[in-house]
Design a protein around this ligand. Structure first.
Ligand code: DQA
Length: 139
């Protein structure tokens, strides 16, 4: 099983960025734990702060991966283009958010991603990525 993780803007700063909201662990550190936990899964990981690069990444893996875990970060709340890219590809996408976006500012309650994904997992810290992997493995 091949699972692709795509992270959007500012998630390269996990561990340093607002640790009270997003925790103190870097994503690459967490990613090592995730890979060790699921040795049978072939993971790839992409992060960008640029909207078009996230769309390109969805196109690149969206016809070959078995599942995509997407945290589009702030673009979740603004990007018609990322929503359209999810519609355009074959692979199922699970939308994840580290924080509980529904318990935060109103603008974070809107997602241009959610209508096009298989499901969403929000608010469990970095564990949202593990839960998304488990969900793909259930299939
Ligand atoms: C986030 C939530 C978004 O609202 C925010 O813009 C992020 C991170 C999360 O994982 O909790 O950058 O996607």
């Amino acid at each position: 099983m091949k699972i692709s993780i795509i992270n959007g803007p500012n998630l390269n700063l996990l561990g340093q960025r607002e640790p009270g909201i997003y925790g103190a662990q870097s994503f690459l550190d967490y990613f090592d734990t995730l890979k060790n936990r699921f040795p049978a899964v072939e993971f790839d990981y992409f992060q960008s702060n640029v909207e078009g690069e996230i769309i390109d990444a969805l196109h690149n893996v969206g016809f070959s991966s078995d599942g995509i875990i997407l945290n589009a970060a702030a673009y979740t709340h603004t990007s018609v283009g990322i929503g359209d890219a999810i519609k355009a590809i074959d692979t199922s996408v699970i939308e994840v958010h580290i924080s509980n976006t529904f318990a935060r500012e109103d603008f974070r309650h809107t997602s241009y991603i959610t209508p096009h994904v298989k499901g969403i997992i929000v608010g469990f810290g970095l564990d949202v990525y593990r839960l998304a992997v488990e969900s793909f493995l259930l299939k």
